[in-house]
Every structure is written in structure tokens, then in C-alpha cells.
Design a binder for this molecule. Structure first.
Ligand code: SF4
Length: 946
């Protein structure tokens, strides 16, 4: 593919910018007549996953309505291309079942009955409670819990302006383990592979079809392949991505680190590593392993110690653990070494989020980059922070002074993000309460494990005082809220976003299309909801107005951050907020705008995106300026410190920035792990996860030496659980679904609406099962019932079921998401014992959209996540999604979609996993290492336990 060009010429068939004001196409509905349609094209940014691809809204000039969405060729990351979910934005905005007005519950919480209210009433109600909580020193009782952020920094700024430690996120059910593995090496918690320029690509992910930044990444993986790169995929499932690979390695889940360390051993033993890079850029001098101390010894001696340490990871050992052939492991290791600095890789969910110890594969994978010197290189692995650009707004509030242990509890001092999925258990343990709770584009009842514990928490007004669900669609969590507040989709809101999509930095600007167009023709709006359908609002204006309502006279010190930077004392507008950023914080943008006679804001409204730089490689080698060096001291290990904090490192005679680690180098040896009570993991390691065959044997009472209860908790099956034990993979994405938000996208549900249980034919024979048979899958806390699909597309011994399906609604009268959800009977049949049965599934229905009468599918899938116990990884805190299950044919009284869960058991499982942690305090009474990032970081004094 021709690479991105600022004039869009790389995509000749996309409408050129000069025609965006009047783009003409023939009306397909008028065919065979040739009837012209005139469109005005407005760029915005997709909100249907984190990739933030560029959309072009085609607004029909005759009706003023958005008629379709296509790709924005001026967006440097997506380059005019989209996945199926981008164009499906049209379904979301025109869905007849969508929430159009702020709603307030009538009747008891969870009854599912609603009445319309006003934005003014919402602001007054919430502001009064938040003001009181802050004034009474109970700021931590206000919590904002986000799923898909879709913006950068604005919420951190808002919460710090309020002075509270109240930011919660979904990350610990998504990517925390991978993040920990990466940041232990180089502080940045995500990889940014330069696929397009690589020679060998190793994916522990499904990046040609799904996953983080997958559309921008998939394009570049194909660019790389077309230029001759080879692709290897490690995945127990034959994903679409694996089917495109040169090598598919179907590992037994949880054993990936063993394979990666075996590859590292091959590269070390065969002297195929980049010794110069390792000597310069790793902290090998700090290495302490198996009684060896590198300090004062030669580099070669340290390498010998490493070889000795990794000696047990023979390819044969890795084959025994993983099932991948030893010769394949050796061959791929040699190909990786041959690619050298042009070796790229990616790991995000899968093995990282499925397994106990899932942070180790990310760490072992990065070891391969360190060995090949492919960190920060063209065609290699970049730390994400080098490829992502988050511009700062005006007037940034100071960090909050407090620490909220409901978010960062002492048991998981190394968790990269908030322990959000344990919130119901923390409240059950009496660790606190929440006075005011905002769930924002997040649906924990449905997307998290153990959803019934969430329902128990949300319906308890002692635990959750007031709950608003800020959401663009109905959700299972919204049923248990006090307010449902409609927020906009991609074309109905402002946001600024950047992602590490390729070797470059860019920003994308989401904008409310109707408002922008109508303002272009002279209309004026105070708020975006006045131009959106119904009274759908956007978060930016909601938070600005809520902040003013909390502190109307400015006496609390909050209002100042939401006043106009140009006219102090006046309420900030979104134009002023983003205009200031584009004027002051985006290098090069003012000049680019000026060349076209535009202001930077006008430029961003015109193009929707801006590429900031491509100068992104080898940022660690940037020289420290004389200003940065002033008053600094260089320690004996070469670390340059200023005011007691590392700011750089000496490499030879050069004083350079290095990495943001304590050693300013890549941390082969993690003193942090040693200091924080995990000395056995100071180096990248492999250890057996909770679904290893040893754990499986132990769970059914077989003698085994492969199960160590110090690292993996025992599984205790409920009495009624029958059937053979398998490992369930429950987290693979269907490429065209979007968690909750695809619920009102008819094109997407028409493509995917079933999530059967994948079973290998070998196992199907054991179970005497055929495709379509009704199966009962027992977890540790309950069961779910669904159909079987017999397929050779995954490893024997493993069963799989995709998430994103199994939506439900509890009130038939509230006609919501009827094309994607089943109407269910939900009952608590005993204390903590929950049963759900589908009463009616999907069928055609009457609505303002004639196509709903043509809904031909009759399945909404089965909600599996709600039957899963929580599995917090003792180190990273990540929920470990994979689990052992007992699989049997369904009993006579079981029906498709049946679910049962005992939340008393889920609390017991939580306690068993918690017992494996090694809690804070760490050195000096710290709650967590100072150098490890924290979302909405408090001031340093809050890091110390009192
Ligand atoms: S990958 Fe698809 S869903 Fe994600 S932002 Fe791009 S077009 Fe939207």
C-alpha cells in the first residue's frame, strides 16, 4: 500500500478534500435511473473501539441527515480504511431503540422502569451530592468508572480539578497483565510494533481481525508481508489471523512464556544475540541470579549466568509444556534472530489476559526484542509512549492528595490499573461505600466476570448511594442505575485521541457532525445536545457543566479549571478547550493551519486528524540538554539524577535520556520485583498457570507434582458439577462486535449473533457430542447452557466461546435492543443464588425502521461471563479469564441460555485468589513503586502508607 500522504493521494478513489463540500454520488436506491445525490463530508473519529480510526460522515444535503460513514483518507493511522464496525455507526445513530433523553428510574432499583427527566435536574442532583462529599472530606466516595474512554486526558483533568481519587477503569479485565510485563522492561506499558518495516512478525494476538489498534495494525502487517516479512502466530485457536500466517503455533494456553524463553535460549546458546545492544542498553550489571552477582564482573560472565539460568527451557521442555514442536521453536527463534533489529511483535489479550502469570509472556516476548536489539528501531518494537501524542490543555490541576484503597488496595501493589472487577467484593468486605457512582460506557454486569455480585452491589442503596449510567446504548448495568444519561456516538461528540498505531505520532479529532455543519451555516448552539438527536449529550460539556454546578461561585477552587482561558469567569466552551490545545500544544499544527489560511481549530475541524511527527525511533538515545544536565549528579552506575530522581544515563561519554526505569536502561533484572517480595520473578520467567494440566489433575484429585498451591489456587467444584474437565477460552473477540455498543447495530448483529461452544472432534468423540447439541458448562460458581460447535480450529483439551454475545433485558415493556437481546426471567432463588432463563429471544418487530421487520435471526447468544468467578492475578491484579470447566451434555430440564450462579461461592473463590498476594507496604512504607505509572496519579506523599 502507498503510505499515508497529507494530501490524501494515497487513496485515489476516496473523495478528495476539495470536493468534501459537495460530493456527488449516484443514488443506489434509484438504480437503474441515474439520480445524483449531493453530500457534504465531515470528518470525525470512530468510537467503536480504541483504534480511533478516521470516519467521514456523508451528510445528505437534501435532508441534513447522515446517510453513511466511510473512511477518512486524511487520517494518518487508518488511511481511509475501516473495519465493519466503523460504517456500522450509521446503525447506532439511527437505531429506533436508542436512549434519546436523560432518564430517571421510577420504582425500585432494578425494576427496569424509567421516566424522562431534564439535564438541569440531573446536574443539580449530582452536583449537590458531590459538593457535600468533597466538603465533608469524603471525596473518595465519588467514583467515575470508565469502559471505553475514547478520549485522552480530559477526565484525569476533571477529577484532579475536583481533588478526588476517583478514577476507575475496565483495564484490569482487559490488558493489565500485558501492561505489567512490558512496563517492567521499559516503563511504557504497551508495545508499538513497526510492522510495516519489519522482516519477521510474531503475534500472540489476532491482529489481522481484532484487538487493540487492529485495523491500523492489520494494514501495516500486510504492508510488512507484502515487502517480504514472515508472520508467525501463537494462539490455541485457529483465528483468521493464524490462518494468514506462515507459522501457526497452537500452544496449550498459559504455556506461551515457556516457548518464548526456549526461543531466547536458542538465541543465547547459538550466539545470535546483539551483544553490543545488550551491553549498552540493559541493566545486566545489576543481574543477581542463582547465587551469581554481575556487579564487578564481565558482560560475558553475565551472559554465561543467563545461559545457565535458562538452561531448563530446552525446546523439548517447551514442546512438552505447550504442544508446539521443538523444531518449530528452534526454526522461529533463528528467523527472529536473523530479522535482528527488524523483528516486530504484539501481545495484548489472549495469553496475557487469560492466564495467571499472564504478564510473563509479555516480559519473555520483550526479552526476544532485547536479545535482537529490536527496541526502538525501524521495523522493531517501540515503547507506546514514543508513538502516542497526548497534548496538554491549559491550566492543569495539581495532583490529588488522597489515595483511594477501593481502587488501589494494598494486596496488589504492582497492579497497573484499578482493581475494578473486585469492587463488589471490596464493598462486601466493608472496605468502604460509594456515595455517587458514574458508570461511563462500561457495562460491568455483562462484560465483567461475576456479574451477579455486581447486581447485588448495584441494587444495594447502602453500598451505592446514587448511580448514573452514562451510555450511548442500553446496557445490563443501566437496568440497575438511578439515571440513564444518553451520550453520543462517533458523530455526536467531541474528543481528542491518539494511539500508537505505527511509527509516528498523530492526533484525531472527533466532532459532532450536525452541530459542526449547522454552525458552519450560521446557527449557534450553546450545547451539543441541542444539535444532536433527542437530547443526546457529550461528556465534555456534561463535566464542564457539572463542575460549575458543584462549585457555582468558584469558592471550592474547582470552577477555575472550567472557565474560559480567554475570558476568565466565563464558562469554558469546547471550542475554547480544544482551540487552546491546538494553538499551544501540538507542534507544527499552527503552521500547517496557517499555510491554508485556517486557525488550528478550523484545520482540525476540516481534516479530523493531524500527523505530528515521524521522528520516533531511538528516543532513548536523545542527548540531555545542558539545561537538563544543570545541577545533576552521575552515580557510579551511570544513572544521572536531578533532585534525587533519575533523568538520564551515561552511555560511554554521552549523557542521554534512556528509558524511564530506575536504571534508565531496559530492566533485564527487575530490582522492583525483588524489592516487592517477588524475588523469584526478578528475571523473565515461566510458571504454571491456574489452568495448567497439573492444576487440572489436582482439581479432580489426581496425584501430580506439576501443581504448586503457592502460585495457583485450588479449584473446588460445586457439588452439582459433572462432566469432563476442559480449559475454557472465553475471551476471543468476534471481529465485528463491540462489547455492549454493537447491541444497536443491525448490520453487525446480522453477521454475528451466536456464540456456540467450540469443541475439538477428539473431545467431541469423548463427550459423544455433535454440532448443535445442547451442552452444560459448569464453572466454579455456576453453569451456562449453550450449543456445541465441533471444529478442528482449536487445540484438543480446550473449549472456547466468544464474548460480545448473550445480551439480555429484564423488562419486556421497555422496548430496548430488541434485535440483540433476549428477554429473560431473572430470579434470586436463594440468598446469593441466581437463575436466569430466556423467555423470548430475537424476532422481527415493528419500529420506525422498516428493516426491523426483516430481522431473520432468532438468537442473542448466551451470557457466559456472568458465570465466571473473579481470578485476580496475585502480581498484576489482572482478572485471569481462562478457567477450568466441567463440560457435559445438558440435562433434560435445561434450556438454551439457562444460567445459574451462587455468589457465596464466588466470594470464596475471591478469597482463595487473594490469599496468594504479597501485599504492600514495600520499601520505605510505599503502597506501590513510585516509578510505576498510576492513572490519575496522586501527589507523592499519598504513595506512603500511614
Ligand atoms: S478498527 Fe474498526 S471499530 Fe476500531 S476504530 Fe477502526 S473502524 Fe472503528
Amino acid at each position: 500500500m502507498t503510505d499515508f500522504k497529507r494530501d490524501g493521494s494515497h487513496l485515489a478513489y476516496c473523495p478528495p478534500v476539495e470536493k468534501w463540500d459537495d460530493w456527488v454520488e449516484l443514488d443506489p436506491e434509484a438504480w437503474p435511473r441515474r439520480v445524483e445525490k449531493h453530500y457534504q463530508l465531515v470528518p470525525t473519529v470512530c468510537f467503536n473501539c480504541e483504534s480511533a480510526c478516521g470516519l467521514l460522515a456523508y451528510v445528505d444535503k437534501a435532508t441534513g441527515e447522515v446517510a453513511k460513514f466511510e473512511g477518512n483518507p486524511m487520517h494518518p493511522a487508518s488511511r481511509g480504511r475501516l473495519c465493519a464496525k466503523g460504517p456500522a455507526t450509521i446503525n447506532q445513530i439511527h437505531d429506533p431503540d436508542r436512549v434519546l433523553y436523560p432518564m430517571k428510574r421510577v420504582g425500585a432499583r432494578g425494576d427496569g422502569k424509567w421516566a424522562r427527566t431534564t439535564w438541569d435536574e440531573v446536574l443539580e442532583t449530582f452536583a449537590a451530592r458531590i459538593r457535600k462529599a468533597i466538603q465533608e472530606g469524603r471525596g473518595e466516595e465519588v467514583m467515575y468508572h470508565v469502559g471505553r474512554p475514547g478520549h485522552d486526558f480530559i477526565m484525569e483533568r476533571t477529577l484532579q480539578a475536583w481533588g478526588i481519587d476517583g478514577h476507575n477503569s475496565h483495564t484490569n479485565v482487559c490488558s493489565s497483565s500485558a501492561r505489567l510485563g512490558y512496563l517492567l522492561w521499559h516503563y511504557a506499558d504497551r508495545p508499538s510494533p513497526d510492522h510495516a518495516n519489519s522482516r519477521f512478525i510474531l503475534l500472540l494476538s489476532a491482529h489481522l481481525e481484532s484487538g487493540h489498534y487492529f485495523n491500523p495494525h492489520a494494514q501495516r502487517i500486510i504492508d510488512g508481508k507484502m515487502a517480504g516479512a514472515k508472520l508467525a502466530v501463537m494462539d490455541p485457536r485457529l483465528s483468521n489471523t493464524a490462518s494468514m500466517a506462515d507459522y501457526w503455533m497452537p500452544t496449550y494456553p498459559g504455556t506461551e512464556a515457556a516457548v518464548l524463553l526456549a526461543m531466547a535460549k536458542v538465541i543465547l546458546d547459538e550466539n545470535r544475540f546483539d551483544a553490543d545492544f545488550m551491553r549498552k542498553w540493559t541493566n545486566w550489571e545489576e543481574l543477581e541470579v542463582d547465587g551469581f552477582k554481575a556487579q564487578g564482573q564481565s558482560f560475558e560472565t553475565a551472559i554465561q549466568a543467563l545461559r545457565k539460568h535458562y538452561a531448563r527451557f530446552t525446546p523439548q521442555f517447551a514442546e512438552k509444556e505447550s504442544g508446539v514442536k521443538a523444531e518449530t521453536i528452534v526454526r522461529i527463534a533463528r528467523e527472529i534472530a536473523a530479522a535482528g533489529t527488524r523483528f516486530a511483535s504484539h501481545l495484548w489479550r489472549g495469553s496475557a489476559s487469560g492466564n495467571l502469570g499472564g504478564w510473563q509472556p509479555a516480559r519473555a516476548l520483550t526479552l526476544l526484542h532485547v536479545l535482537t536489539g529490536s527496541v526502538g528501531t525501524e521495523g522493531g518494537h517501540n515503547p507506546n509512549a514514543w508513538n502516542k501524542f497526548v497534548p496538554k490543555p491549559f491550566k492543569v490541576p495539581p495532583p490529588q492528595k488522597r489515595w483511594n484503597e477501593l481502587l488501589y488496595p494494598p494486596e496488589w501493589p504492582l497492579c497497573t490499573h484499578e482493581m475494578s472487577f473486585l469492587l463488589p467484593h471490596f464493598l462486601k468486605e466493608g472496605r468502604g461505600k460509594i456515595e455517587t457512582y458514574f458508570t461511563r460506557v462500561v457495562n460491568p454486569v455483562w462484560t465483567y466476570p461475576d456479574g451477579f455480585s455486581w447486581i447485588e452491589m448495584l441494587r444495594d442503596e447502602e453500598k451505592i448511594g446514587l448511580h448514573a449510567a452514562l451510555t450511548p446504548t442500553w446496557s445490563e448495568t443501566a437496568w440497575f442505575a438511578d439515571y440513564v444519561l444518553p451520550m453520543g456516538f462517533s458523530s455526536e461528540r467531541h474528543d481528542l485521541m491518539s494511539q500508537e498505531s505505527y511509527a509516528g505520532k498523530w492526533i484525531g479529532f472527533r466532532q459532532p457532525v450536525n452541530r459542526v455543519l449547522r454552525e458552519r451555516s450560521g446557527e449557534k448552539f450553546e450545547y451539543t445536545y441541542q444539535a444532536n438527536p433527542g437530547e443526546v449529550w457529550e461528556e465534555d460539556e456534561f463535566w464542564i457543566n457539572l463542575s460549575w454546578a458543584i462549585d457555582p461561585d468558584g469558592s471550592m477552587g474547582i470552577r477555575q479549571y472550567f472557565e474560559s482561558p480567554n475570558q476568565p469567569g466565563k464558562k469554558l466552551t469546547v471550542d475554547e478547550y480544544y482551540g487552546w490545545i491546538f494553538d499551544h500544544s501540538v507542534p507544527g499544527l499552527p503552521d500547517a493551519a496557517k499555510k491554508e489560511g485556517l486557525t488550528p481549530l478550523q484545520y482540525m475541524r476540516k481534516y479530523g486528524a493531524y500527523e505530528v511527527t515521524r521522528d520516533v525511533y531511538k528516543q532513548n538515545e536523545k542527548a540531555l540538554s545542558s539545561e537538563e544536565l544543570a545541577d545533576s549528579q552521575t552515580e557510579s552506575n551511570g544513572v544521572i539524577k536531578k533532585n534525587g530522581k533519575p533523568v538520564g544515563v551515561k552511555i560511554g561519554d554521552a549523557a542521554v535520556v534512556g528509558y524511564n526505569t530506575p536504571s534508565r536502561k531496559l530492566e533485564l533484572f527487575s530490582k522492583t520485583m525483588a524489592d516487592w517480595k517477588w524475588p523469584e520473578f526478578a528475571l523473565p520467567e515461566y510458571y504454571r498457570s491456574h489452568i495448567h494440566r497439573g492444576a487440572r489433575a489436582a482439581s479432580i484429585g489426581e496425584a501430580t507434582e506439576e501443581f504448586d498451591p503457592n502460585y495457583a489456587p485450588a479449584v473446588e467444584w460445586p457439588e452439582h458439577a459433572r462432566g469432563n474437565v476442559y480449559t475454557l477460552l472465553p475471551i476471543f473477540r468476534l471481529p465485528n462486535l463491540i462489547h455492549t455498543r454493537s447491541g444497536n447495530a443491525k448490520y453487525l448483529y446480522e453477521i454475528s449473533h451466536k456464540n456456540p461452544l467450540w469443541i475439538n472432534p477428539v473431545d467431541a468423540r469423548t463427550l459423544n457430542v455433535r454440532t448443535g447439541d445442547l451442552m452444560k458448562v459448569h464453572t466454579e460458581i455456576g453453569y451456562f447452557v449453550l450449543h456445541a460447535w465441533v471444529t478442528e480450529g482449536l487445540t484438543p483439551g480446550v473449549v472456547a466461546c466468544s464474548h460480545h454475545l448473550g445480551r439480555w433485558r429484564i423488562n419486556k415493556d421497555e422496548q430496548v435492543e430488541r434485535m440483540s437481546s433476549a428477554w429473560v426471567d431473572l430470579k434470586e432463588v436463594g440468598k446469593g443464588q441466581w437463575k436466569m432463563r430466556q423467555l423470548e429471544s430475537v424476532s422481527p418487530y415493528q419500529s420506525p425502521d422498516p428493516e426491523t421487520k426483516r430481522v431473520w435471526w432468532s438468537d442473542a447468544g448466551v451470557h457466559q461471563d456472568i458465570t465466571f468467578p473473579v481470578h485476580p492475578d496475585p502480581v498484576s491484579g489482572m482478572h485471569c479469564w481462562h478457567q477450568m470447566v466441567r463440560v457435559q451434555k445438558a440435562d433434560a430440564d435445561d434450556r438454551y441460555g439457562d444460567i445459574f450462579v451462587d455468589t457465596n461461592r464466588s466470594f470464596e473463590v475471591y478469597q482463595r485468589w487473594k490469599a496468594l498476594t504479597r501485599p504492600a507496604p514495600g520499601p520505605g512504607g510505599l503502597r506501590r513503586p513510585l516509578w510505576i505509572p498510576r492513572v490519575v496519579r496522586p501527589e507523592e506523599s499519598a504513595f506512603y502508607m500511614k
